[in-house]
Design a binder for this molecule. Sequence first.
Ligand code: ZN
Length: 308
Amino acid sequence: MCDLTKPHFQSADKAREYLEELRWNGNPVCPHCGDSGAYAISGGRKGLYKCKSCRKQYTVTVGTVFENSRVPLNKWLMATYLMASSKKGISAKQLERTLGVTYKTAWFMSHRIREAMKEDTSGPMGGEGKTVEVDETFFGRDKTIKPKRTKKGRGYHHKYKVLSLVEREGKVRSRHVPAVNANTLRPILDEQIDKATQVYTDEAAQYTMAKPAMFAKHDYVSHSKYEFCRGDVNTNMIEGFFSIFKRGMNGVYQHCSKEHLQRYLVEFDFRYNYREKLGYDDPERANMILKGIQGKRLTYKGPVQAQA
Ligand SMILES: [Zn+2]
């Protein structure tokens, strides 16, 4: 169990010790040259080390998304914990109130923490004997696209489009895609799913993937015929993920811009990938974020129109 009265949420010194222990396990590693072995510099700033190899100085936050921040480290750990444990996410407004920082600071902190949540998604998912569910969802309003007039008046043309791949008992990968068609989806499926995988989709993707056959086995359910499950053939896992994602985007991050959408997807993917069912509780999920703070580059500008 963990709560926000723990010492590393209350004091910057305790937070530094907590992070040092988690990242280095008693053996500091130099962010400049990668060597371990350092002198603790006494008399100066606490937590300052000098590398035995390259002689440069560093602290536990150098080279991480927490570097050069004037926000006390315990508030960073608190924000990290709140983002790790809030099922539908937590808005910058809420962080502003809970942490006692400005809105702008809260906004930057939450995006830096999302950066730490980013995982390597270069290798393929699935494999022999594994099942991957594929589906897309539409939500919100992409203001850069004019709505098309449709008879039913409920087209998805002007909405944000998200493609997600979920491995059964495994991880999810989500992408913001400009359109849902063979041209946009096939390259992603090709790159992200091992060819020996059994793939389940709904019928729409059936057409996308029909020719030539891409995977060992591909089956689908016809949502338009109210068929959601045929034995093992279903996209229930991905529907569950989309349900949490949409509740978060509609309820918490209501004003997400197109530019930042992928960052929110990273956040929802991350929490799903370290979900309780896979054995992670809130403190462990927060620690997984802290293990990802190093070496991430921040390339975005400030919260120009961001409200979330
Ligand atoms: Zn060094």
